[in-house]
Design a protein around this ligand. Structure first.
Ligand code: ADP
Length: 520
């Protein structure tokens, strides 16, 4: 405690650093400085963790630098927390649960609705923050704010509808009731590709049914999470109901897993970390929801409408520079339309403007970090060395940093690295196929099962292929499928549970069966 208070007042507080990013660090340009100072003056640039309603430094004073991936500029230094801060965040969420879970659904609904309103009022500023720390184009970033906020609006409405059941009894003097109750303290671990939406998609339903949360955002994009938390406080969500810790991910993760007070862990991120968390949750038998990696096939059949297929494939492949778990990872094109589709697709891709997300007309931002670019490079090299052809792009962009050219690779085979694993970058590998059976076989030949897409004008084929694909989400003649009203989640190793929609609420409730006897 002594050490904690000394460090809180230490002038050398920023001299201790945790390092995560490999982008060369630079001072802010005047353009960035003016955005940052605007965000500071509106109170949306928070750099401390949130524990029990109080903005808190790391107890040992350590900080992490947050970079702009488009320029390497250091935007801010945020608290680099670990075990002790996480334990305190859990305790405050546990204490707050007693009160928050006893509010009526409509009281919780009102708070969530106010939070939604505040996010929407600050849509532009939050969008700027997302572009600054994540790199996606500003328009897309503002779009994420609307999408992220929609989960709060949806679950504010659902908060009033956590219905139970009355089941006809097998005995005349008994009554059988089913009650849905909040699971308790929820740990939410989120990634950097959607710094806001991956949080609201978890926290919205958790808070709606009466749970309290400890959020651990990605170390690459903590600023959006902290800004959202500030707006949650302003909206009247009581202290302790929503806590944010960030820093040493394994230490924070272990503290969350070990705690018997944390009753549920919900995670979006890599399959490797998801598996670790699932194993770690076994000791305390926590409920687990996982949104892990995908390997989305996108099938273009001969009978597809070419324009619709092009538009849909571009949207699903190149959104967020290919950095979403539902991005098409393999484009399967039937032989009759192969030449026509690949040539139109290559032309369209050459027109995609790459650059800093704040520049006018840019639709492709940078990748999140150097490791991401190296992964993309190694997958492309592997494909070329095994006989694939580059039809567009194929290398780092002349802008430098972590920019990569929008790329199309033809003649890819399903056993190449790029078709086996998620590339998570702006590279579209095209696989040629002959029959519908072959396409389904290739599409399902993976351990992942999150999203799949296909394009056809046949109604019969639409049903047949939708049912045959072993995926949790199927887009038919549509490349953008995410919405708060539909269940999002995967088959196989892509995860457990669903987010969004009425199904998303069930992940945060326990079912209690009450048997009332001797009523006769
Ligand atoms: P990505 O490769 O997309 O960054 P990760 O799975 O590494 O995906 O990261 C997703 C989230 O999981 C981030 O918030 C990250 O800090 C967190 N994380 C990474 N390793 C661990 C761990 N061992 N325990 C808990 N959280 C972790």
């Amino acid at each position: 405690m002594m050490l904690k208070s000394v460090l809180h007042h230490s002038t050398t507080i920023h001299s201790l650093r945790c390092h995560f990013n490999t982008i060369p660090h630079r001072q802010m340009t005047t353009g960035t400085q003016s955005i940052v100072s605007r965000l500071k003056s509106s109170g949306l640039l928070q750099t401390k963790g949130l524990i029990g309603g109080k903005w808190t430094d790391a107890y040992d004073g350590r900080t992490i630098e947050v970079n702009n991936p488009a320029s390497g500029e250091v935007i801010a230094s945020v608290a680099c927390m670990g075990e002790k801060e996480t334990k305190d965040a859990i305790s405050s969420a546990y204490e707050a649960f007693a009160h928050w879970s006893k509010l009526t659904g409509s009281e919780r609904s009102n708070r969530l609705r106010s939070w939604y309103n505040l996010l929407m009022q600050h849509k532009e500023e939050l969008g700027e923050l997302i572009t600054l720390e994540q790199g996606k184009p500003l328009k897309e970033a503002i779009g994420e704010v609307g999408y992220g906020a929609s989960f709060l609006e949806f679950f504010a409405e659902e908060a009033k509808r956590v219905y139970g059941d009355i089941i006809p009894s097998t005995l005349p003097d008994r009554r059988v009731f089913v009650l849905k109750q909040p699971v308790g303290v929820v740990a939410a671990i989120t990634p950097w590709n959607f710094p806001l939406a991956m949080i609201t998609r978890k926290v919205g339903p958790a808070l709606a049914c009466g749970c309290t949360v400890v959020i651990k955002p990605s170390e690459f994009t903590p600023l959006t999470a902290l800004a959202a938390a500030e707006l949650a406080l302003q909206s009247g969500i009581p202290p302790g109901v929503l806590n944010v810790v960030m820093g040493d991910a394994p230490k924070i993760g272990n503290s969350l897993l070990e705690s018997t007070q944390v009753r549920k862990i919900t995670f979006t991120g890599s399959t490797a970390v998801g598996k670790k968390l699932m194993a770690g949750a076994a000791d305390t038998v926590k409920k687990v929801s996982l949104e892990l990696g995908g390997n989305a096939p996108c099938i273009v059949f001969d009978d597809a409408d070419l324009e619709v297929a092009l538009k849909g494939t571009l949207a699903t492949k190149f959104r967020n520079s290919g950095q979403t778990c539902v991005c098409a990872n393999r484009i399967l094109v039937q032989e009759g339309i192969y030449e026509k589709f690949t040539s139109a697709f290559s032309n369209a891709v050459k027109d995609l403007k790459v650059g800093n997300g704040f520049s006018e007309g840019v639709v492709q931002g940078p990748l999140i970090n150097e490791a991401a670019v190296q992964k993309v490079e190694s997958f492309v090299q592997d494909a070329i060395s095994k006989g694939a052809n580059v039809l567009a792009g194929g290398k780092r962009h002349s802008l430098g940093f972590t920019f990569y050219e929008p790329t199309i690779i033809g003649d890819v085979k399903n056993d190449m690295l790029i078709a086996r694993q998620e590339v998570f970058g702006p590279v579209a590998p095209i696989i040629r196929f002959k029959t519908e059976e072959e396409a389904i076989q290739i599409a399902n030949d993976t351990n992942a099962g999150l999203a799949a897409y296909f394009f056809t004008n046949s109604i019969k084929r639409s049903w047949r292929v939708s049912e045959a694909l072993e995926y949790g989400i199927v887009g038919v003649n549509e490349g953008l499928v995410s919405t708060e009203v539909a269940p999002f989640g995967g088959y196989k190793q892509s995860g457990l549970g669903r987010e969004g929609s009425k199904y998303g609420l069930d992940e945060y409730t326990e079912i209690k069966y009450i048997c009332m006897g001797n009523l006769g």
